[in-house]
Write a protein that binds this ligand. Structure first.
Ligand code: ZN
Ligand code: ZN
Length: 288
């Protein structure tokens, strides 16, 4: 695997899952994130064996490090509506099945929206959903990585306490992980722009959840200000967060072996590879 900090991008699977690895390699990534199907549709995607083989081969050939998958945006494991709730659990099960076949270690998912039912009720629904999923996937190696959110609308996960509560309540939390998104935590109200605040964030991760659960970091700057609770990604250093905190992350020894993935505007669309290249180069320069 390519030396240096684990750094990559969300890459497109257009033309086949293995193409995402090729794109990632072309961008100089040693880790990538992918969708294993169209993320804006409920329609499932069945993986053929030759597609799975091609993916494993491409991964080996390119010496690609950890690959992370991201669940569909339609999944809502906190939904108070039983029909959508069951549909979400089933969709999540399909995501886990595909990811497991591809040898993916972490499946990132937004915890969900309680849609007015209240935070406690929403968190309870998510815990039940995760327990059901774990039961259905006994023996799987894939771990669900709960992502921090900006807290738009009734979305849960905008506080580390939410993630901590879910992890404490599920039956087997050794099968869970944390995905921290810089844009989301900042928009949710976590200040990052001075050294003290930066340290406080990671102290809270350690105290509430445990750094050993932090497995994925999404590196995105934010178009909106701290506490805005609005999720709008921006190129690294070009938004309200600015370059400094990204420099600290890239130089932080605790985060060296954690997959750091950009989801800056246009990533994964395949039309934006020049912009991706610039964002990644900037981060590599920060690492020194
Ligand atoms: Zn993210
Ligand atoms: Zn986002």
């Amino acid at each position: 695997m390519k030396e240096g900090p684990l750094l990559g991008a969300h890459t497109s699977i257009a033309g086949g899952l293995d193409k995402a690895i090729v794109r990632g390699r072309d961008l100089g990534c040693n880790t990538i994130q992918i969708f294993t199907k169209n993320s804006n549709q409920w329609k499932e995607r069945h993986l053929e064996q030759d597609e799975i083989n091609a993916f494993h081969e491409a991964r080996e050939e390119s010496d690609m490090g950890p690959v992370v998958s991201h669940g569909s945006y339609l999944i809502n494991l906190a939904s108070p509506d039983d029909e959508i709730y069951d549909k979400s659990i089933n969709a999540m099960f399909c995501e886990m099945k595909r990811s497991e076949k591809l040898g993916i270690e972490y499946l990132v998912v937004h915890p969900g929206s309680h849609r007015g039912a209240g935070e406690e009720e929403g968190l309870k629904r998510i815990v039940q959903a995760v327990d059901r999923l774990h039961q259905k996937t006994g023996g799987y190696k894939i771990r669900i990585a709960l992502e921090t959110t900006a807290g738009q609308g009734a979305n849960l996960g905008y506080k580390l306490e939410h993630i901590a509560q879910m992890m404490e309540s599920v039956r087997d939390n050794s099968r869970l992980a944390l995905c921290l998104d810089t844009c989301h935590v900042f928009a949710a109200g976590y200040e990052l722009r001075d050294g003290k605040s930066y340290e406080r964030l990671f102290t809270e991760v350690e105290m509430l959840i445990g750094m050993e659960y932090l497995k994925v970091i999404h590196l995105n700057d934010s178009k909106k200000d701290c506490g805005s609770r609005v999720d709008r990604h921006e190129d690294i250093g070009m938004g309200m967060i600015g370059p400094e905190p990204f420099k600290w992350i890239m130089q932080d020894g605790r985060l060296k072996d954690i997959s750091k993935i950009i989801e800056t505007p246009g990533t994964g669309t395949d039309k934006n590879s020049e912009k991706d290249r610039e964002n990644l180069q900037l981060l590599r320069d920060f690492a020194g």
